[in-house]
Design a protein. Structure first.
Lengths: 248, 384, 330
């Protein structure tokens, strides 16, 4: 991995993105620390997706500064892509390939050698207890398993950071918790987890959360800290207070 | 009824807001017309020609002279045998060979008929077609002169041979053969084929996609759970494309008549009525496809493979059906465009009416009725 | 009864989408179908809205048989499908007036029904529906489902993928509609929304696990439930799962919900266990179980499912697959 500083793995300063005369992201600044689970919350249309696209090197910002895994988003978006993992709510797995074929494909994309892929796949399936379905087509697997596999493919190359965009949408409450266990474990091994969710109870699982309203980050802190600052019972209330105050 | 008109209005809004649909609807037909039109309009100027004369008599000399003095051809080789033809083509010495059979002149005088073979290098198909046309024309002209000259002299025997249909049964029989790409048709025929293709495109292709889109977006669920009768949903989807198809046919027709001077010899009313019949057939096909699929992509693939390709390949639009393997000839019978093509070629180019085309019209009517019943029956009033 | 469902079974090929569903909804009730993806909520809604035929069983909506009387029923129900089901290329007002016309009415005639909801998006009435934000789309979809004055409303996962604020607003709107006497069936994967319903049916994998009021659902939990918190949450989770007496261990927000196998369990017992492991900031208190607690517990107890389609088969020890370590057989 390319980062030596163990302080912050994402550094964002006054990051802005303008589409025409619409400012989707308006001078946001924050840091994410290595090994942290960072919750990135916001209402629909608050600018989360735009912000994530900039951080993952998919979209060049209009102005500001941002470094992800030690690389500048303006000058080295390709290096960023090599050092991050990404999983969206829409599965990134191919339904008509087997579990192993999917892992091999993603491992190949990130330049792992065949031996590495084989080794990692076995280890991963062992750990997820999915060794029995190695040669099954993805489409035959239940939702919860797919979700876990999608997550595993996102971290197969041991990225510095993994970005998860609403990874638990529609999943049953038990699988949802299993998924969070996976995230804890990943963070425990040093990979930073950057996650968005609409389940407000999940916000409480994060080490720190930021809340975006109308393109700006209006609040940032530990769940406990935010509750205290806003005199709220939970993050949900904080969120509602901020979003109601901010938008139409 | 108000609900129905509301539906139609919505459908037109979809069409006029989607740039892709608009482009397919109005851009593509005109683009194709111009493409086809200009691609075949080449002028012929001193093309290389080779002669293989097995007869070497007065008549063949006269014909050869006429060919070479026309300004369209220049002689590049005298051939001795058929075996040389391919070589001439391959080396590019000539693109057109005229072969006179032996005893050409004597046969023409004694039997009233003689065979001349026009061989063209069709690796450049348009060129080959033009060469063939020019050569055949010059030979025909000569033949008419020859018949005039000999009518009096041969009046004793010629009573039968100089009749109205004499050209086909007697005289010089120009037989044409294209090497390397034999399936070429006369330039004038592409407009009817194009009309059939455009109707298939607009009526079947776009309709099937429009319905599949409602399914894909989930709006079909809401439409089904409404007081709209399923027949109204079908009609509402189909009617706008029917109107647009008719607009399209006449646009293409007018452009073809004005810009390319394509002849229109028959009845416009009959043309319109039978075109309507074909449009309905196409709409029914589009409907049938959309009933079978869930998303736009499948609808597109199915209409492309199942409707558009057969319309181009199996209808006689580009490849003459008589040249096809027997099995494809049978297959072409179920392609509605084949019958429609016979009909509109008949109306436009030959000026014939129902007295000749009644069978094709009946077949189309039968197909349309059958397909419509099947399509409406297969329309699902539920999700499965 | 507004809805009567008896023993509905529906298979999609090999998948048993509904395995014998029975419940009733009374007039004027706000009834929630709560369960994760794959529970069968959408299939059930399709059957009740006459879009699918059940394989077995029968269902009546507004006293009308959903099979025999489907024509009649279609005039009287309002339905908002799970996916965004408006025309993205039509403007807000074009969508609304289209749905009004196909139900043989006009926006003006029934404006009072949607006024409360529609006025929030009216400033954007010229905007294409596809360009609306998630919350606004949903308000427009609800307006379109209400414009023909339906006698019963079916809303399939209206709040999925919508942010927490818009979700709240949406439920506030449903609350006001309920006051007007409209019967509403709504499905959702969000457990916290159960408390907004009069009664809920908990669904999982084609079955109804329980039908009750939100308070009644909590009472079904059956064991004393404890909330355990500590600053070191992940370590706490692992420690609790390692405890031999643990019955269930699940994270809930910043808390861990815990039940114990012992009859004579007292919180102090757990506290001392954790203290031995070095947790000095532990707080333990008994709490009232929520709907999600109950659903998890019901899902775990009725767990004799077919091997595939089953998330928790043959798990080994390990911390990453919460199921087995989280719940032990009692």
């Amino acid at each position: 991995m390319n980062v030596n500083s163990n302080a912050s793995i994402i550094e964002v300063q006054d990051l802005t993105r303008v589409f025409g005369n619409f400012t989707a992201v308006d001078r946001i600044s924050f840091e994410v620390r290595r090994g942290e689970i960072f919750g990135f919350l916001g209402a629909n249309g608050a600018g989360k997706t735009t912000a994530i696209r900039m951080l993952t090197g998919l979209l060049i910002p209009t102005s500001g500064r941002a470094e992800v895994a030690g690389f500048d988003v303006f000058t080295h978006p390709e290096s960023i892509k090599k050092n991050i993992g990404y999983m969206s709510q829409k599965f990134s797995l191919f339904n008509d390939l087997t579990v192993f074929e999917n892992l091999r494909f993603y491992g190949g994309i990130y330049g792992l050698s065949t031996r590495d892929i084989r080794h990692k796949t076995d280890e991963l399936l062992e750990r997820l207890d999915l060794a029995g379905v190695r040669d099954r087509l993805i489409r035959d697997l239940p939702l919860g398993w797919k979700q876990k596999l999608a997550f595993s493919t996102a971290v197969i190359h041991e990225p510095a950071i993994v970005f998860l965009d609403e990874p638990t949408g529609g999943v049953d409450p038990i699988t949802r918790r299993q998924f969070w266990d996976l995230m804890y474990e990943t963070a425990d091994r040093g990979t930073t987890v950057f996650v968005t969710t609409h389940y407000m109870d999940e916000a409480e699982y994060c080490d720190r959360v930021s809340i975006m309203v109308d393109g700006r980050i209006d609040a940032l802190g530990t769940p406990a800290g935010l509750r205290k600052t806003y005199g709220a019972k939970n993050v949900d209330e904080v969120f509602v207070k901020l979003a109601r105050g901010g938008s139409v | 009824m108000k609900a129905f008109w509301g539906f139609i209005k919505k459908e037109f809004l979809h069409i006029f807001r989607d740039r892709r649909t608009l482009l397919i609807l109005f851009g593509m037909p005109l683009a194709q017309l111009l493409l086809f039109g200009y691609a075949v309009r080449n002028e012929l100027n001193r093309a290389d020609i080779a002669i293989l004369d097995h007869s070497r008599d007065e008549v063949t000399r006269e014909i050869t002279g006429k060919l070479l003095s026309s300004g369209h051809f220049q002689l590049s080789a005298w051939l001795e045998s058929e075996a040389e033809i391919e070589e001439v083509f391959q080396r590019g010495i000539a693109r057109n060979v005229v072969v006179f059979e032996s005893d050409f002149g004597r046969k023409l005088i004694r039997e009233g008929r003689a065979d001349v073979l026009i061989v063209t290098d069709a690796s450049d198909p348009n060129m080959a077609q033009i060469l063939e046309g020019y050569t055949a024309n010059i030979i025909r002209e000569y033949q008419q002169e020859w018949q005039m000259r000999n009518r009096m002299a041969m009046s004793g025997v010629g009573g039968m041979t100089s009749g109205a249909g004499g050209l086909a049964a007697s005289g010089i029989i120009p037989e044409m053969r294209m090497l390397f790409n034999p399936e070429l048709r006369s330039a004038n025929l592409f407009v009817p084929g194009l009309i059939a293709f455009i109707l298939m495109l607009v009526s079947a292709f776009l309709t099937s996609i429009a319905i599949a889109r409602e399914k894909e977006m989930g709006t079909m669920e809401v439409l089904l759970v409404s007081p709209l009768d399923p027949r109204q949903i079908i009609a509402g989807k189909v009617l706008p494309y029917l109107v647009l198809s008719i607009v399209n046919v006449f646009t293409v027709l007018v452009v073809a008549l004005v810009v390319f001077q394509v002849p229109f010899r028959g009845s416009v009313i009959l043309f319109s009525l039978l075109s309507l019949l074909f449009i309905m057939t196409a709409l029914a096909l589009g409907l049938r496809i959309s009933n079978a699929v869930r998303d736009q992509q499948t609808a597109m693939m199915m209409s492309l493979a199942g409707l558009l390709l057969p319309t181009i390949l199996l209808s006689g639009f580009i490849f003459p059906i008589s040249n096809m393997p027997v099995i494809l000839q049978y297959l072409s019978h179920i392609v509605p465009a084949k019958w429609y093509l016979i009909i509109i070629r008949g109306i436009m180019l030959k000026g014939v009416g129902l007295e000749v085309l009644w069978m094709e019209a009946l077949i189309l009517l039968g197909m349309m009725s059958l397909l419509f019943v099947v399509s409406i029956k297969s329309f699902k009033i539920r999700l499965e | 009864m507004s809805v009567t469902v008896k023993n509905i079974v529906k298979n999609h090929g090999d998948i048993r989408a509904l395995r014998g569903i029975t419940f009733e909804v009374t007039e004027g009730e706000l009834f929630g179908l709560i369960g994760p993806d794959g529970a069968g909520k959408t299939t059930l809604f399709h059957i009740l809205t006459t879009l699918l035929l059940p394989d077995e069983g029968d269902a009546h909506v507004l006293g009308i048989d959903v099979i025999a009387g489907f024509r009649n029923l279609r005039r009287r129900i309002g339905y908002m499908p799970g996916r965004f089901s408006l025309y993205p290329d039509l403007s807000v007002e074009e969508n609304l007036s289209f749905f009004a016309t196909i139900f043989n009415t006009t926006v003006e005639e029934n404006y009072h029904l949607i006024q409360d909801i529609y006025h929030q998006i009216e400033p954007f009435r010229k905007r294409r529906a596809g360009d609306l934000s998630g919350g606004m789309k949903q308000k427009l979809a609800l307006s379109c489902a209400l414009i023909h004055k339906p006698d019963i409303l079916f809303l399939d996962e209206p709040t999925t993928g919508v942010d927490a604020v818009s979700r709240r607003e949406f439920w506030d709107m449903l609350g006001r509609l309920r006051v007007s006497g409209l019967t509403i069936l709504v499905s959702t994967p969000y457990m916290d929304e159960a408390s907004r319903c009069d009664r809920v049916a908990l669904m999982d994998r084609g079955e109804i696990l329980s039908v009750n009021t939100p308070a009644g659902i909590s009472r079904e939990f059956g064991r004393p439930l404890y909330s355990v918190t500590s600053g070191r949450r992940y370590e706490l989770l692992k420690a609790l799962r390692a405890c031999t007496h643990a019955h269930s261990v699940f994270t809930f927000g910043d808390e861990v919900h815990y039940t114990d196998l012992r009859e004579d369990f007292r919180p102090e017992m757990l506290e001392s266990y954790l203290q031995q492991l070095g947790f000095d900031d532990v707080r333990i208190e008994q709490i009232t179980p929520g709907v999600e607690d109950t659903l998890i517990s019901l899902m775990s107890t009725q767990d004799t499912r077919d091997p595939i389609g089953d998330d928790n088969h043959g798990h080994k020890e390990g911390t990453n697959d919460g199921y087995n370590p989280a719940i032990k057989d009692s």
